[in-house]
Design a protein around this ligand. Structure first.
Ligand SMILES: NC(=O)c1ccc[n+]([C@@H]2O[C@H](COP(=O)([O-])OP(=O)(O)OC[C@H]3O[C@@H](n4cnc5c(N)ncnc54)[C@H](OP(=O)(O)O)[C@@H]3O)[C@@H](O)[C@H]2O)c1
Length: 288
């Protein structure tokens, strides 16, 4: 029976993997988070991995506070970089497969066409630099697959969808930036895609092709469009006013454009990815 270790499992993606795992029989899932496996602790990581001997590790653990990372870059680097090195130090040379999740924030956002996996990463923030460092550590293991995702949300955890909903219930109007373009990703879709890849490889439907892959939902929008759709789906009347990024100052610089080309993951693993509005609608049904 394949042993699948999921780290950072109390988070959005980790929780969605818990939900999806219930549809997959014959696999031994181990879900951990910092309370049971602190990946920044090399000794603990080594002991845990050696005692459970996972065939797969899906690393959902991360430091995701993009603005706070500007004032504590070493903490972001510890969780997003060093912790990944700890994993690969333990599994290097073994047959353990490693799926590591990264971010669209490794791109600088200066493109005006979708980024593919060959585009040069050039992060503009401390968070982006820590995620890029994590990718480099992940690739030290020959069986590593990196999935870059963007604008992740879920019915679990904290995210943009829940923030907009709570503000929209309390206020008559909101200001949301309209000059940053990307694609939301419903973590349930990403969890489904990951399990489809894992089980497809285990059943020999395809080989695990190590390397970097982009994954988000289909389509393109701005944060303004995303907020407007969330409020529309919720049946709320709050007015969304578009503002420039320069009128909404944040500590971290975010990519102006981070749309990702997903051709590689779709063709390699025979995936169909839902359109972002369709997935948002599904998540909103759970939140209502
Ligand atoms: N959220 C987004 O918008 C977004 C966008 C692009 C990419 N991503 C990437 O997608 C992946 C999944 O994100 P997510 O939104 O599901 O993350 P999340 O909800 O923030 O969950 C991350 C989990 O990792 C845990 N963690 C932190 N430090 C740890 C450690 N030292 N050892 C073990 N676990 C630790 C966190 O615990 P605490 O909460 O206690 O710290 C949390 O439960 C991450 O790699 C993230 O960088 C996310």
């Amino acid at each position: 029976m394949a042993v699948i270790l999921v780290t950072g499992a109390h988070g959005q993606l980790g929780n969605e993997l818990k939900v999806v795992s219930k549809h997959f029989y014959g696999y031994d899932f181990i879900f951990t988070d910092v309370d049971t496996l602190d990946l920044t602790n090399l000794q603990q990581t080594e002991e845990f991995i050696k005692s459970t001997s996972p065939d797969w590790i899906i690393n959902c653990a991360a430091y995701n506070q993009v603005d706070k990372a500007e004032s504590e870059p070493e903490v972001a680097m510890l969780v997003n970089g060093t912790a990944v090195k700890n994993i690969t130090d333990v599994i290097k040379g073994s047959e353990c497969r490693f799926i590591h999740i990264s971010s669209d924030y490794v791109y600088d956002g200066t493109s005006n066409v979708p980024y593919n996996e060959n585009s040069n990463p050039n992060p503009a923030s401390a968070y982006g630099r820590s995620k890029l460092a994590g990718e480099k550590f992940a690739l030290l293991h020959h069986g590593s697959m990196i999935i870059r995702t963007s604008w992740l949300y879920s019915s679990f955890g904290k995210n943009f969808v829940k923030t907009i909903l709570s503000h929209a219930k309390e206020k008559d109007s909101l200001k949301v930036v309209f000059d940053q373009t990307g694609t939301p990703t419903y973590a349930a879709d990403l969890a489904g895609a990951i399990m489809s890849i894992v089980t497809g490889v285990i059943r020999n439907q395809f080989a695990l092709n190590a390397g970097i892959y982009n994954y988000s939902n289909e389509g393109v929008c701005t944060w303004y469009d995303f907020a407007t759709e969330i409020i529309h789906e919720a049946g709320l009347t709050c007015q969304v006013n578009p503002v420039h990024s320069e009128d909404y100052q944040t500590a971290a610089t975010r990519p102006v454009y981070s749309v990702m080309d997903k051709t590689k993951i779709k063709e390699t693993y025979n995936l169909r990815i839902p359109y972002w509005r369709t997935s948002l609608s599904q998540c909103m049904k759970l939140l209502k």
